[in-house]
Design a protein around this ligand. Structure first.
Ligand SMILES: [Zn+2]
Length: 340
């Protein structure tokens, strides 16, 4: 690679594999550049992509990948296994004890990478991780993510917990502290903990230092419990020239709320209810839309009111978290719509 490591590709000289194993080469260079730019510089002189093994497996400075008739699948596997060079091999987390920091963070960053280098242009590249997590949360089979990898009752619960709920940990952290701060957190985490053995507290403290927020509640609830998030728009009522909105916290996990209000004239406005115990506010995630920062919501109250300075007849809809990065297990009560 230009000013970078040497990439080796070792594969069978068989015509039915050649197209795939040619296609994977420029994509490996793109993925390497993406991870070096977004996490931190790849620290070694070489990386090898090798046809073999039994599916896809990561090793330091190499991956073994089977197959070859479907380029998309080999490229997808290469992106995931290469990402492990950062999340496991250089940031050497104990992958049995904190499996979500290994497979989850790898799934997060490879979804971002895929979206960019394969030009998938998905609005939410983590959608599959969220779907997997909702499936697990509603199955009744979930165990806390802090469970040792060998101590899950079901492989299904281990897999979704490690890969999907672990990826959602970071994607949702971006919702809490803001996307720029999330990417800054990942780069600082790499810088401070490369060639060490980071534990859950290290990613939390890094995010706290970058964002200036208190995030212990997030680490605790998301990783050490099976508590879930469910917020709802409870009621919207006209009060003369103004409108009173009552929000409701139904789930046990507290969250700050982004609330979008859409008016009948097509204009939009957002309201932001920070969580009191995070002791901070994120930047406006929708800079093109005017945002009102509301008073903090102390989590123990299940209801929360705010006032919109327009009559109810102007309002078309009130929507909780239009980004859908907050992992709310019941989306149905997240939208209030005026009756036609
Ligand atoms: Zn993996």
């Amino acid at each position: 690679m230009e000013n970078g490591p040497t990439l080796h590709f070792l594969y069978k000289n068989d015509p039915k594999f050649l197209d795939t194993w040619k296609a994977v080469q420029p994509m490996t260079e793109k993925a390497m550049n993406f991870f070096s730019r977004n996490i931190g510089e790849y620290p070694y002189d070489q990386y090898s992509v090798i046809q073999g093994g039994d599916g896809g497996m990561e090793y330091a400075m190499a991956t073994l990948i089977t197959g070859g008739d479907r380029p998309g699948s080999v490229i997808g596997t290469m992106i995931h296994e290469l990402a492990h060079s950062w999340f496991q091999h250089v940031l050497a987390t104990n992958e049995a004890k904190h499996e979500w920091m290994d497979e989850g963070f790898t799934s997060f960053i490879s979804a971002l990478c895929s979206n960019e280098i394969r030009e998938q242009n998905q609005e939410n590249p983590f959608e599959n991780s969220y779907k997997g997590y909702y499936n697990l949360a509603l199955s009744g089979k979930e165990q806390p993510m802090s469970t040792h990898a060998d101590r899950y009752d079901l492989n299904f619960a281990y897999g979704i917990s490690a890969y999907s709920k672990g990826a959602v940990f970071l994607a949702q952290l971006g919702y809490v502290i803001g996307q720029d701060k999330l990417m800054e957190t990942i780069r600082k985490y790499y810088e401070d903990f490369k060639f060490k053995h980071p534990v859950p507290n290290d990613i939390k403290r890094t995010a706290e230092k970058v964002s200036g927020m208190e995030l212990d509640w997030y680490l605790t609830d998301w990783t050490q419990t099976t508590n879930t998030i469910d917020y709802g728009v409870k009621s919207v009522g006209g009060e003369g020239e103004t409108t009173k909105v009552t929000m409701e916290r139904i789930g046990l996990v507290p969250m700050p709320l982004d609330i979008l209000v859409v008016y009948n004239d097509g204009s939009r406005e957002t309201f932001y209810a920070p969580l009191r115990m995070m002791r901070g506010e994120k930047d406006n995630p929708y800079p093109q839309i005017e945002r009102t920062v509301l008073p903090d919501w102390p989590w123990a109250y299940s209801n929360y009111d705010f006032i919109i300075n327009r009559p109810i007849s102007d309002i078309q809809a009130v929507v909780i978290d239009p980004s859908q990065l907050m992992a709310d297990i019941n989306a149905e009560n997240n939208v209030w719509q005026a009756e036609e």
